[in-house]
Design a protein around this ligand. Structure first.
Ligand SMILES: O=C(O)CCC(=O)C(=O)O
Ligand SMILES: [Fe+2]
Length: 362
């Protein structure tokens, strides 16, 4: 385990509107030009590599923006708040490039039983996830920046969790890195909600997708609120009512926009990002799109499900600036592990419904 300076640890971030703390107070004559100290990358034994923190300039941009009043979209069983935009396009553009280059991504495959046959499902996009359900929290490092064998603490007893608790996870639960924690803080403040999971999708091009599904697993509790931030290429977000086929909605989601889905929306509606045939290449997005969803896991089962379907057992991918594509990090591959997780639970249905995906093709 590599050493890290004590300053790189945090359990609670300062309020987002405050400037990053300085190590030493500036001398009086320097006060006009306050140097902005960068926060060290977030490291944790559960990460495949350190995850860069937001540069101070971007941190300031993220939180010095007066947001326009969001648009409310209310339909039968649908309660959606649309922030157009949530971050100005130039800020969102920097955020897109920054997150694409620092986050570890996965191309998860898993097997499901369909008609008595084992079928391999290849998730048609890159994914990654951070967080843990509200039954546990991450134990902080000691004063030397070292972790002992205890990673997670039980929220009630404040003691180390039973090792069996997350045995269904394909990897150890991962704390939310600074760069995503800051975004979570801003989204929480603006929406009045609290979240403990951050799920990230990277759609490399128009062939990447997510098929019709709803995020209404029982481990999110009744009527879960889900906030969803879009960065990069505009993609269509399609919605349809589960019962009344005449009720549909198409929202092109653009760079810097946020939707907050509430109330009965997940229970009564399905949503998807369909594949498209038109290919956008080059430009600052390289045709890609990042989507970040903020959720609140209320049950232990949530953690196993999210890591299984968003990290899985396969290799880590990272953005290669020279090649302008995601490449496998050979050094970070896990040896001797089956790259195909065996699926159970409802979290998989969105990628298994192949026919629906095809129907939505342009
Ligand atoms: O990419 C999007 O906008 C939607 C993602 C989504 O629905 C999900 O991750 O559950
Ligand atoms: Fe979803």
């Amino acid at each position: 385990m590599s050493k890290r300076p004590i300053s790189s640890f945090f359990t609670k971030l300062p309020p987002v509107s405050k400037k990053p703390r300085l190590k030493t107070p500036p001398k009086e004559e320097e006060e006009e030009e306050e140097p902005q100290e960068s926060t060290p990358p977030t490291t944790h034994p559960s990460y495949p590599h350190p995850i860069s923190s937001l540069p101070p300039s971007l941190l300031t941009l993220l939180d010095t923006y007066t947001r326009p009043t969001p648009r409310s979209i209310i339909k039968t069983d649908l309660d959606l708040t649309f922030h157009q935009p949530f971050f100005p396009s130039s800020t969102a553009k920097s955020l897109y490039s920054f997150l694409r280059s620092t986050l570890p991504f996965y191309r998860v495959t898993y097997t499901i039983k369909r008609g008595g046959l084992e079928t391999i499902v290849k998730t048609p996009r890159y994914t990654t996830v951070f967080g843990v359900d509200n039954h546990s929290y991450f134990s902080p490092a000691d004063k030397n920046g070292k972790y002992d064998d205890i990673f997670l603490i039980d929220a009630k007893t404040k003691k180390a969790i039973n090792k069996e608790r997350y045995k269904s996870c394909t990897c150890r639960p991962r704390p939310i890195p600074q760069c995503l924690e800051i975004l979570k803080n801003i989204v929480e403040r603006e929406s009045g909600e609290t979240f403990n999971f951050v799920l990230v999708n990277y759609y490399a091009d128009c062939g990447d997708s997510i098929s019709y599904h709803s995020d209404d697993e029982s481990f999110l509790g009744p009527n879960p609120t889900i906030a969803s931030l879009s960065l990069g290429t505009t993609r269509d977000f399609l919605m349809k009512h589960k019962e009344d086929k005449s009720l549909t909605l198409k929202l092109p989601l653009s760079n810097g926009e946020l939707i907050v889905m509430k109330g009965a929306t997940q229970r009564k509606w399905l949503h998807s990002i369909p594949k498209r045939s038109s290919t956008i290449t080059g430009g600052w997005t390289n045709g890609g799109r990042i989507n970040i969803t903020f959720r609140k896991g209320m049950e232990i089962a949530c953690t196993g499900n999210y890591y299984r379907y968003n990290v899985g057992n396969g290799p880590v991918y990272r953005w290669d600036e020279g090649k302008a594509e995601m490449v496998i990090c050979e050094s970070e591959m896990k040896d001797g592990k089956d790259s195909s997780a065996v699926a159970s639970g409802s979290g998989i249905l969105r990628d298994a419904i192949k026919n629906e995906e095809e129907q939505e093709r342009e």
